[in-house]
Design a protein around this ligand. Structure first.
Ligand SMILES: NC(=O)c1ccc[n+]([C@@H]2O[C@H](COP(=O)([O-])OP(=O)(O)OC[C@H]3O[C@@H](n4cnc5c(N)ncnc54)[C@H](O)[C@@H]3O)[C@@H](O)[C@H]2O)c1
Length: 359
């Protein structure tokens, strides 16, 4: 089979991980082109990764290179217009998180997916490590019983200097603070494991950084399956950690890491009466794959070859974006918010800060 023709748009920090992960996929893919508005970055990236075609704008790349798949690695504020251009040109687009600045922008892309022969997918690489896949398989097999309680912590640290980059810490370019930009990874995995959420109560604060957005948020979330979760998103936490904990009827399952986990970062503690069954199933599960871009890209290629929507699909990422909108809506209106309330007439549908941040 001919390699998939892939292009990268935005050649900054995360684009390097994309180029290296694509290289690891060997003959499955060919990096045919790159785009950046900054000519120096584009040239350095193009030389380093041996990219044949280099363009200063997406339109010329789409027209001349006709990629099957475009990886969007630009700042969040540009995701919607660039992804729309890809879909309209018939190229599938894999966009870095957060997929868009708002639910309204995301729904516009869902509409474009329907009209054009191409898909819209989001990078949420932590769904693809074998720890998460194994947990999902045990849930589906009924080994763990009902999920009851969950904890989802993104306690990271970013100094004031981190926000010197002009698109960071602003509603109009980043769409939010740690809830939108950092905790989104852990909240996405939380939703991938627990499914649809129904109600959220949250606070958001700007405690220490000179930015427009929050630097910490805390939320209690109810899920349709009856589970409840406590979520913390912080950029003020000097001992940094990404931590997810799921208490099921028959076992507690935890993962502790920072920017990516391996199998050893997972821990399972069974209830004594189910220990043999639970541990046997856990040990027999998938193993050996870290949560990283490469793991997701392999699944994206597999899906495109099979003619199916690549992960993480727009429907799946929408649920996570809706939870983020719910956290802000609850924090800024100071009341619980149900998922069903976040319709097109909610101010939090069009902008994550909705009625305005109250600092
Ligand atoms: N999945 C992850 O773990 C992860 C980690 C870091 C960043 N990200 C995400 O990746 C995205 C990029 O982050 P980054 O840190 O690499 O940013 P960056 O600022 O280092 O790089 C962005 C690049 O995009 C270019 N650019 C901006 N607008 C453009 C346009 N309209 N057309 C073409 N090029 C354009 C810039 O010149 C720059 O080179 C963000 O959405 C961020 O949230 C994801």
């Amino acid at each position: 089979m001919a390699p998939l023709r892939v292009a990268i748009v935005g050649t900054g920090n995360i684009a390097r991980i994309h180029a290296e992960s694509l290289r690891d996929l060997g003959d499955e893919v060919r990096l045919v082109g790159a785009v950046d508005v900054d000519p120096d970055r584009l040239a350095a990236f193009g030389d380093r990764y041996d990219v044949p075609a280099r363009h200063r704008d997406l339109a010329s790349l789409l027209e001349q290179e006709r990629p099957d798949l475009v990886h969007l690695c630009t700042p969040p504020g540009s995701h919607h217009p660039l992804a729309l251009a890809c879909l309209q040109a018939g190229s599938t687009v894999l966009v870095e998180k957060p997929p868009t600045l708002s639910l309204a922008e995301l729904d516009d892309l869902v509409e474009a997916e329907r009209k054009h022969d191409a898909w819209f997918a989001t990078v949420f690489q932590h769904r693809f490590g074998t720890g998460a896949l194994r947990l999902r398989a045990l849930i589906d097999a009924g080994v763990l019983g009902r999920p009851l309680v969950a904890i989802c912590h993104t306690t990271w640290f970013r100094s004031q200097a981190y926000f010197d980059v002009e698109w960071r810490g602003r509603w109009d370019t980043e769409g939010g603070g740690p809830t939108m930009g950092h905790g989104i990874h852990q909240m996405d995995l939380l939703c991938a494991i627990l499914g649809d959420w129904t109600e959220v109560s949250a606070i958001a604060r700007r405690q220490a950084r000179r930015i427009q957005t929050e630097d910490v948020s805390m939320a209690h979330v109810s899920f349709a399956n009856g589970a409840v979760a406590s979520v913390v998103n912080s950029l003020l936490s000097i001992r940094e950690e990404s931590y997810l904990r799921f208490d099921f009827e028959r076992a507690t399952v935890e993962v502790t890491h920072l920017y990516g986990y391996g199998d050893d970062d997972w821990r399972i503690t069974p209830a004594p009466e189910y220990a043999d069954e639970v541990l046997a199933a856990w040990r027999a599960g998938a193993a050996g794959v870290r949560s990283a871009h490469r793991a997701q890209f392999a699944e994206v290629v597999r899906a495109l070859r099979a003619g199916t929507p690549p992960p993480v699909t727009s429907a799946e990422s929408r649920r996570t974006m809706q939870l983020i909108a719910g956290v802000y809506a609850s924090a800024f209106t100071r009341s619980p918010v149900r998922a069903a309330e976040l319709t097109a007439d909610s101010p939090f549908y069009r902008r994550m800060e909705g009625t305005g941040a109250r600092w």
